[in-house]
Design a protein around this ligand. Sequence first.
Ligand code: UTP
Length: 278
Amino acid sequence: MNKRLVKKCLFPVAGYGTRFLPATKSMPKEMLPIVNKPLVQYGVEEAIEAGMTNCAMVTGRGKRAIADHFDISYELEKQISGTSKENFLSGIRRVLDQGIFTMVRQREMLGLGHAILTGEVLIGDQPFGVLLSDDLCINPERGVLNQMVSLYEEFSCSIVALQEVPMDQVNRYGIVSGNSLREGVIRIKEMVEKPEVGKAASNLAIIGRYILTPDIFEIIRHTEPGANGEIQLTDALNRQASKGGVIGYKFEGKRFDCGSVPGFVEATNYVYENIFER
Ligand code: UTP
């Protein structure tokens, strides 16, 4: 039986993926493959490995392929049944056997905070993971979410994954400041979304893995949209951090920013050379 304290993971997959146009004109960004597996499947496998077998997807218009991917494809499976090609589906079959998939649609893309609030109906009143599948994280020994659940079990508050980034790239990320509790673990005081280069408090950037306590929903409900009209998760997390309720964790593993073309290409080369087997 799964005894871990975090059993659900939210996947905000409603964004437009404009950096990959025209590929993402009618295909979800999260279905872009790194070699032979869509980004979102890497994410789901990481969540399941962490014990979060209940995968809640916040989708949007034009994202039906994601729901179809996490379902049986009768015609295809019948067609290749009994042939060597069946092996190509064994990974996704394992995922389908282990996971439960629920979906809700975000009708307007009003930002990550809004996407998370849209997922409240699927999560309810319990701590939950959030995984942004365009951040591909690889640690074959122990996935990043799995590492973070252990930290949640210790601190019982929200946990955000951190990575050191070059100082001239801080303006692309949410940047944190806080007090070190031990190597790789800090209690966050403040987060600033995309600070100007030269004005950031550190080079510790928030990447797309979170464990959130459910009070975040009420906080987001009262969070005003930011400068670009989007409801920022960072603003809501700052409210939790002001009460000491957010821990930052420098995770162990590799991370690729697959929301950008260079990161996507780098991930493809890495997976092809180090992980892909056929
Ligand atoms: P991004 O801003 O990186 O994704 O959002 P995007 O908007 O799809 O990409 P570009 O910039 O246009 O290329 C981070 C994550 O949050 C989700 C996205 O799907 C992505 O996984 N998201 C963002 C939502 O689900 N809803 C939103 O309103 C915004």
